[in-house]
Design a protein around this ligand. Sequence first.
Ligand code: NAG
Ligand code: NAG
Ligand code: NAG
Ligand code: NAG
Ligand code: NAG
Ligand code: NAG
Ligand code: NAG
Ligand code: CA
Length: 519
Amino acid sequence: MLLQAVLLLLHCLASTLGQYELCKSLVSTDDGSVWEHYACQPKAASMKDYMRIKVDPPGITCGNPPEKFCTLENPYLCSDECDASNPDLAHPPQLMQDRERSGLITYWQTVSWSRYPEPLLANISMSWNKSLELTDDIQITFEYGRPTIMVLEKSMDHGRSWQPYQYYADDCLDAFNMPPRRVRDLSPANITRVICTEQYSRWVGSKNDKNVKFEVRARFAVFAGARLQNMDNLYTRMESMKGLRDFFTFTNLRLRLLKPALGGTYVQRENLSKYFYAISNIEVPARCKCNLHASQCLLQDGNLQCQCEHNTTGQDCQRCKKGFKAKSWKAGSYLPTPNGSPNTYCECYGHSNRCSYIDYLNIVTCVSCKHNTRGQNCQHCRLGYFRNASAELDDESVCIECNCNQLGSLHDRCNGTGFCQCKDGATGPKCDDCFPGYYWKQGCYPNICDEEMLLCQNGGTCYQNQKCICPPEYKGVLCQQSRCEGGKDCNAASSSHLPMATLLLCTLLSHLLATLTPH
Ligand SMILES: *[C@@H]1O[C@H](CO)[C@@H](O)[C@H](O)[C@H]1NC(C)=O
Ligand SMILES: *[C@@H]1O[C@H](CO)[C@@H](O)[C@H](O)[C@H]1NC(C)=O
Ligand SMILES: *[C@@H]1O[C@H](CO)[C@@H](O)[C@H](O)[C@H]1NC(C)=O
Ligand SMILES: *[C@@H]1O[C@H](CO)[C@@H](O)[C@H](O)[C@H]1NC(C)=O
Ligand SMILES: *[C@@H]1O[C@H](CO)[C@@H](O)[C@H](O)[C@H]1NC(C)=O
Ligand SMILES: *[C@@H]1O[C@H](CO)[C@@H](O)[C@H](O)[C@H]1NC(C)=O
Ligand SMILES: *[C@@H]1O[C@H](CO)[C@@H](O)[C@H](O)[C@H]1NC(C)=O
Ligand SMILES: [Ca+2]
């Protein structure tokens, strides 16, 4: 009774929790309770807590030697001092990811642009040693003005290769030779386009607009609606649209700061202490990428690690567990909605590399099944083939040709054990044999003569059950008829040596045969 209640509760939980939060649940069926498996993913988290941060070049962080800074709003206000050796006045990189107690803003700060006109460049590299998927906007907070020019880059392979993610400039054409765009100008077809935006670089003369964003929410909204109310549609696109899921995936981010805020159009050479970068926070809302095989992602030995289910393993659940190697690994799928599919039994059994989502049926189906298979999961044999009982479903020789004898069978198809459907008189698994009483000649035909019932008469011999070969004086199917009947061509010898009784029998038989032999 208690168990039943627990099961019911679990089932209720499965249906009321957010999407894809459970990897499996016990459901009761007529055969008792069984585990049902679903696609699952960890909750979104604030990934700044786990990021390793590194700034370049060495010596870019202020305070060594100590330096005084002015502000853009008021160049006469130069009270801000940076001193790396004094914890109260130091601005080290970790202040970009700390949890600030309310009211106390802490920030990383660079040296000032004292070497103008040489550019003031800085790189901030963020690494997680883990594939992550963005779930909301990346937000970088600049305390003393947002940079005039910067680039956000990402890597999906732990920093081996990098690609631009978004360009930011007060003048995109001038800085990057790109037309300025906003995410809201993007259509579903070009949502993964890398754009240059002027939205976050213009000097607005106030410290209120401190944030630079990489817009994730607005991109989701293109598919899910303004309030992200239709997430099913987004997840459907994630599966079907090439490159969409990868667009939000990364292991590393890099911010290349190329020109600080100016507070106006020109750099004032006489006072360069007001030009620098200062970042108080980098917010990276994301979730561990676990290929839809884990609902938890935990810190283990200093690294994030998916807690893999569905008999998968690896940092991203990207492999089959030991002992489950026979099945090829596959990522889970958001489809069909709402629970997705864990794909543990390799969806197409290795007979197809491609799946397609059929919208109106809400199913995922394999495309172009090979090895003579067919079906939603390439789990059946094509017509004209049958299942090889000694082969696994993912074996290339899982389907064997029926090989029905074309003449003996009704069609090319066979049943599950390879038996063909035979025409009348034919038999054998492939219909290449005849039943007793039939002979084979491009198919099975009823015997004309044989050694038992249909004996050839008058010394005739039965040729392959197909016909009697009669002596010259006789004719008829069973040589039962004398050629001299009716008087013509008759020679006395032949008629005289037939006894009366035989003649009578012949006549009788021929009557009998006339009713028996098919035409
Ligand atoms: C910048 O200008 C302010 C006000 O004129 C002055 O107090 C400060 O010393 C100047 N800084 C430098 C580095 O020249
Ligand atoms: C920032 O990283 C890029 C790419 O590796 C490199 O070309 C550039 O020199 C770096 N800039 C700084 C200031 O270290
Ligand atoms: C990155 O993660 C992998 C897998 O958890 C681990 O083996 C490796 O040591 C980690 N690398 C670093 C630099 O922490
Ligand atoms: C994206 O597509 C829309 C509509 O087709 C078009 O108006 C817009 O200019 C495109 N944006 C980019 C960056 O190509
Ligand atoms: C994982 O393996 C166990 C043990 O063989 C099995 O009972 C379970 O059903 C498997 N789970 C999935 C999702 O395949
Ligand atoms: C059936 O499968 C087994 C195991 O893969 C294979 O050795 C055998 O050749 C297959 N039979 C046919 C007729 O293909
Ligand atoms: C296929 O047909 C044969 C002959 O009728 C029969 O013995 C066999 O059980 C059938 N197999 C299946 C799977 O229906
Ligand atoms: Ca901070």
